[in-house]
Write a protein that binds this ligand. Structure first.
Ligand code: SF4
Ligand code: SF4
Length: 169
């Protein structure tokens, strides 16, 4: 299990370099091999729904509860149950298949997007990175009103994209 550094950025958005240094992101080869969980949680806050929501015991926060979450990739099946459970909207699942990347991410806004919507994918600072297309919206009751959106976009942007821009379709 990869236990991340505990003393990281405490405000603002973490940079890609900081997340990679903390071991929180999969590498490009991992993303080409299978769907991979990405946890972008670098603040020492008292929080652990990621841990308690995982039926596989793949995420550990432990004690103290301010520990950063540590992921055991060998246990993770990319089921996505932890995505809507995270109050910090810090968890996504990404995959690269050739020229195309897919991402599953939490979405707490209204109106909900719909499959087929043409959207704008954004990075950690909310900057538009590239066009994308919604391919699915999961609004299962167990998600407690947080939708899990699936979208696809050009794979060259897979490390930057974390969500999509809010606004008119
Ligand atoms: S995606 Fe599923 S298996 Fe993986 S950490 Fe989240 S809840 Fe656990
Ligand atoms: S539930 Fe989300 S915000 Fe809370 S510790 Fe886990 S990843 Fe971080």
């Amino acid at each position: 299990m990869n236990v991340p550094e505990r003393t990281l950025k405490t405000k603002g958005a973490p940079s890609l370099g900081e997340l990679e240094a903390a071991g929180m992101l999969p590498g490009l080869e991992d993303l080409k091999a299978r769907a991979c969980l990405c946890i972008e949680c670098v603040e020492e806050i008292p929080c652990n729904p990621c841990e308690t929501s995982c039926p596989r015991g793949a995420i550990r926060v432990g004690s103290p509860i301010t520990n950063l979450p540590a992921l055991d990739r060998d246990k993770c099946t990319a089921c996505g149950l932890c995505i809507p459970a995270c109050p910090g909207i810090a968890i996504t699942i990404k995959r690269v298949e050739g020229e195309k990347a897919t991402i599953r991410f939490p979405w707490e806004y209204l109106p909900r997007p719909e499959a087929g919507d043409e959207v704008r994918m954004v990075d950690r600072l909310g900057r538009v990175v590239c066009p994308g297309r919604v391919t699915g919206v999961n609004e299962a009751a167990r998600n407690d009103r947080t939708a899990v959106v699936t979208a696809e976009f050009a794979s060259e942007h897979v490390l930057s994209v974390v969500s999509m821009q809010r606004g008119p379709r």
